[in-house]
Design a binder for this molecule. Structure first.
Ligand code: ADP
Length: 615
């Protein structure tokens, strides 16, 4: 079919027409217009938008406006499937070609593509250069490639995938097609590398704001982590929560502990069989499962936009990872919470993991130093009480415009120092001195707590003046304080197989009273409602919202599609706010386009009416 010419003056209106029709959105998000224009103008581009920034829409709109078929290269089959399901539910013609299709499904997809009606075809990078795909491409007058998760092509990215390297030949193989790289990975180096690897021709570099104002960040000292995690999850009753843990075993133990506490949670990690993983992922997508305890392996394939909380039971090894993982919260733009349980022990555990994997891989000193630097930045993020939004923005090289983000533990005034911190620190440090700087954290804490261990008796440490000096304080809190002192460099911990605590110059300054100390306490009970949370619920009948979620779950399970493919949370809240009674009113709901009106309008209007009559 002939490409339709685009008139420059009304371009925004032209873009908004399908956005309204298919997705029911009235406005574009930052940089979406620029990214769509680059594709329409046939100019290569690199588009960097945070997770949830709306990258997909940028490559979904141009083929609709020009009546062409574009190719999207995507790294995971599950991701492709979800995207195609979501698009079809909006009435948008899309197909995917991947190895999980049956012969019939494959033939049907090929027929769709050859008919010229398909606007987007999703493929994996390894398929793009196969003879069968190349033959297919000859028939569709290919004009543009969109590459999702484009940082996978870069060695500097944190997610390098060798199969992405083949994409370097796209520009030579398909000189008539423009190439558009999409990623949420922020650093300048990765960005430049993507353009160089793909051999892009003077690409438009469109870099969005990394800040996610709808996320509230909290860093909380870790004490009884399982109980702490359970408390946070209880704040998010019936909502989607991801709990990131460091190891496979940790995910399993955490899931067990949560289940024992009455919270239905399933683990997810790379050691599980593909079937088990798929089952957990599907249950999470159709909302029959709300809590997943996972390693970082639970990542790219998740397309649930209403994750309301991401918990880190341990600190991740870099801010890049933290940004990526917390980025899975609140992709629908509604408020969400990110809680990191921090203990300096995590940094120490990471250091030894980095050392071990470097030894195994025979890595250079340079690589080890680079990894340790990333770790240090993460540690500083956790230990310095300054606005988390500002810290993250500045880490990614962007200035942060507000003095008070109103959405982090620091700006919400939830972090609190303990009284008499200097005296407490002096007690801990003098205990380290009394045991001759020859013992580790556990023993020092035992002495301070006045514990009755064999080791204490063996060394006569029950005779020390510091024995039982802090016996009123719970052990976990004591351990946390010791690590806080290590973080503040007021106490040293040797870096060997049996680390011991040692004093440094700063320790002596504290003990001589020449230096004051600030130690933080957990105020888990203080959780401020953020402005975003209050506003997004304004006027919403919560019971009706929950009822509509149930309807959505039922439909998602019936149709074997992810729940978001029916409606997102923003749409359901808007329904529970506006209570539409007619087709026109239903179409005015945020996130309702023509196809959704046709498919679900009658059912949801009836449910809303029945619910109002009952209450
Ligand atoms: P990304 O790929 O950048 O992480 P997505 O493309 O998945 O983000 O978009 C996140 C969510 O935002 C999706 O539910 C999408 O439908 C929605 N969205 C995208 N653009 C808009 C818009 N202009 N207005 C409202 N919602 C939007």
């Amino acid at each position: 079919m002939e490409a339709r010419p685009i008139n420059n003056q009304t371009i925004l209106e032209q873009i908004l027409a399908p956005v309204r029709q298919y997705w029911g959105y009235d406005q574009l998000r930052p940089l979406q217009e620029e990214a769509i224009r680059a594709e329409l103008e046939h100019r290569d581009s690199v588009v960097v938008l945070p997770t949830g920034g709306g990258k997909s829409l940028c490559y979904q709109v141009p083929p609709i406006l020009t009546n062409r078929t574009d190719i999207v290269i995507s790294p995971l089959i599950s991701l492709m499937k979800d995207q195609v399901d979501g698009l079809r539910a909006c009435g948008y013609p899309a197909a995917a070609l991947h190895s999980n299709l049956s012969r019939d499904q494959w033939d049907e997809a090929v027929r769709d593509i050859l008919s010229g009606e398909c606007r987007l075809v999703f493929v994996s990078p390894e398929r793009i250069l196969t003879p069968s795909f190349l033959r297919l491409v000859e028939h569709i007058n290919l004009r543009a490639f969109a590459i999702d998760e484009a940082h996978c092509i870069s060695h500097w990215g944190h997610d390098f995938r060798p199969e992405y390297r083949q994409l370097a030949t796209l520009k030579q193989r398909f000189p008539q097609a423009s190439v558009h790289a999409y990623t949420a990975t922020a650093t300048e180096r990765v960005r430049r590398d993507i353009a160089a690897q793909l051999k892009l021709n003077e690409p438009a570099m469109l870099v969005g704001t990394f800040d996610r104002p709808n996320l509230t960040y909290r860093v909380v000292p870790r004490l009884e982590v399982r109980a702490q995690v359970a408390d946070v999850i209880r704040r998010h009753d019936k909502q989607a929560v991801i709990v990131y843990c460091l190891s496979r075993k940790d995910t399993e133990r955490m899931a067990e502990a949560l289940s024992a506490a009455g919270i239905n949670a399933q683990p997810y990690h790379a050691g599980m069989s593909p079937n088990e993983r798929r089952r957990t992922q599907d249950a999470f997508a159709d909302e029959s499962l709300d809590v997943v305890t996972a390693t970082v392996a639970f990542g790219m394939g998740i397309d649930r936009s209403n994750v309301r909380c991401v918990i880190h039971a341990t600190m991740p090894k870099s801010i890049e990872h933290y940004q990526q993982e917390t980025g899975r919260a609140g992709r629908d733009g509604l408020e969400a919470e990110c809680v990191l349980f921090y203990s300096a022990a995590d940094a120490i555990r990471w250091e030894s993991l980095i050392r071990k994997s470097a030894e195994e891989a025979n890595a250079s000193e340079e690589v080890i130093t680079a990894k340790n630097n990333l770790l240090d930045q993460m540690r500083l993020f956790c230990t310095i009480p300054r606005c988390r939004h500002r810290a993250l923005s500045e880490y990614f090289g962007q200035s942060y415009p507000k003095d008070d983000c109103e959405a982090c533990d620091v700006c919400l005034n939830e972090t609190e120092g303990i009284e008499d911190a200097t005296i407490t620190a002096q007690k801990i440090l003098s205990c380290v001195a009394r045991v001759q700087q020859r013992f580790g954290v556990v023993h020092v804490v035992d002495v301070l707590a006045g514990a009755n261990t064999e080791r204490i008796h063996q060394w006569g440490h029950d005779q020390l003046s510091t024995y039982g000096l802090l016996k009123e304080t719970p052990r976990k809190t004591l351990i946390n304080w010791v690590y806080q002192l290590v973080d503040l460099s007021l106490l040293a911990r040797t870096n060997n197989e049996h680390p011991v605590l040692q004093l440094n110059d700063a320790s002596w300054e504290v003990m001589r009273g020449e230096r004051t100390v600030r130690l933080m306490r957990t105020r888990a009970e203080v959780v401020t409602k953020t402005r975003a949370a209050i506003q997004s619920w304004e006027g919403v009948d919560r019971d009706l919202f929950e009822h509509l979620r149930g309807v959505r779950r039922e439909l998602a399970q019936q149709q074997a599609v992810p729940a978001f493919a029916i409606f997102g949370d923003a749409a359901l809240r808007d329904m529970a706010r506006k209570c539409p009674a007619t087709r026109d009113e239903f179409l005015a709901v945020h996130g309702v386009g023509n196809a959704k009106l046709k498919q679900f309008g009658r059912r949801f209007i009836a449910e809303i009416q029945a619910f109002s009559n009952k209450s």
